[in-house]
Unconditional design. Structure first.
Length: 398
């Protein structure tokens, strides 16, 4: 295990019908609130009206930044920053999915920026050193944005989808009410499960530390639980226990706990997916599902089957004893490939893609995706390991 620091400052309020507490929590931080919401479901469900009423009943002044879309846009962030500055808004409340929460964080950081542009944070030209308080009420289990300081925004002018983060943008309070996820459509429930699993697999596969049994077992337990609860939610959408397991599992998947001590590592599947969704407008979870099996095949073929084989043994309960006696490395490779096939079967069961062709992306798009990914690769310090040629090769495996 490598040296690490771990701090998660977000206060979690979890449980049935707890979302009504958002007004009392927001009141502790501000009197003037920017409420950030998505494109329609929060309005159709009545949650938007209910939230505004709750906030106003506590004497809070409320401005609504609505219409945040999947793969959220920089222009919407800038619209929110203007609202904050023009009206002396003091805190941001996000009610929605990962895109809404990420937009809220970007607005909160950009609103207090005195020099430069909010996009500077994403291109690595400035660090986020301060932000308005952010409070979240997630309505889908997926991104884990409710319990970390990360955010991902798409610049529609340049065509790049980039990520950044800071301790300053950790939500102050996040209210996790599984009841709010009952109405999430089947496809986005499945995409959310895949997103959470991928958040765990990236450090699991890419950690440089050779000895991480604590982190491995934490990740493996969460992965197994998230996979099972995703299937249960699809079978019975209002199964409270399954929705609760999925929601809490998704939050824990990217709160920093499972990667503490594994060492500095890359998120290559997210790197490539950000370019796919920036160019093609694919839902993030669908893009990850289409990439993960292929990236794992590439990983095996480049001589790194061990962790993928371990995933098969521990999560999928696969056995290597019946495999051909062709040497331990060959058995590891065969077990890893069987693990990948088992994972693909799970993707199929929950209605997710497992190949790029399943989401309409053909080989003639690979070079543009790889080229687009290079900016994020450079910002993340991945440009040597994941250059254009390597990314193109990975896409061919997908």
């Amino acid at each position: 295990m490598e040296n690490f620091e771990f701090q998660n400052t977000t206060r979690i309020i979890f449980g049935r019908d707890q979302s009504a507490r958002i007004a009392l929590e927001a009141k502790k931080w501000a009197g003037r609130i920017l409420l950030v919401t998505g494109k329609g479901s929060v309005r159709r469900s009545g949650l938007l009206k209910k939230t505004i009423t709750l906030l106003q009943n506590e004497g809070l002044d409320v401005w609504n930044l609505s219409g945040v879309q999947s793969n959220p846009l920089l222009s919407k962030v800038k619209e929110g920053i203007e609202l904050v500055r023009e009206n002396g808004i003091q805190a941001v409340v996000a009610v929605g999915g990962g895109s809404v929460m990420d937009t809220s964080k970007a607005v909160a950081a950009g609103a207090v920026l005195t020099n430069g542009d909010v996009w500077d944070f994403f291109e690595g030209r400035q660090e986020i050193k301060d932000a308005l308080p952010v409070l979240t009420v997630p309505t889908i289990a997926a991104s884990g944005s409710e319990m970390n300081g990360f955010m991902v925004i798409t610049n529609e002018k340049t065509g790049h989808k980039l990520a950044t983060g800071s301790r300053s943008t950790y939500p102050k309070v996040s209210i996790l009410d599984p009841c709010l996820t009952f109405s999430v459509p089947a496809d986005y429930t499945a995409y959310g499960g895949v997103d959470a699993v991928c958040h765990l697999l990236e450090p699991y596969f890419n950690a440089p530390a050779p000895h991480t049994p604590v982190q491995d077992r934490l990740a493996e337990g969460l992965i197994e639980t998230i996979m099972k609860s995703t299937e249960s939610c699809l079978a019975v959408p209002d199964d409270y226990e399954a929705r609760a397991d999925l929601m809490w599992g998704a939050s824990l998947a990217l709160c920093g706990l499972t990667k503490a001590g594994v060492g500095e590592h890359h998120f290559p599947v997210h790197l490539i997916e950000h370019s796919i969704s920036a160019i093609h407008g694919i839902p993030h979870g669908a893009g990850l599902a289409a990439l993960l099996p292929g990236w794992m095949r590439w990983r095996v073929k480049t001589g790194h089957p061990e962790k993928i084989a371990q995933m098969g043994r521990r999560i999928f309960k696969l056995e290597s004893s019946g495999l051909p006696d062709a040497g331990s490395s060959r058995r590891q490779e065969l077990l890893a490939m069987e693990s990948i096939a088992t994972f693909e079967n799970w993707l199929s069961r929950i209605g997710c893609p497992s190949r790029l062709m399943d989401i309409g992306i053909k080989a003639d798009s690979h070079e543009a995706i790889a080229q687009n990914a290079l900016q994020q690769a450079t910002i993340w310090g991945m440009e040597r390991q994941y250059d254009k040629k390597t990314i193109t090769r990975i896409l061919a495996y997908c």
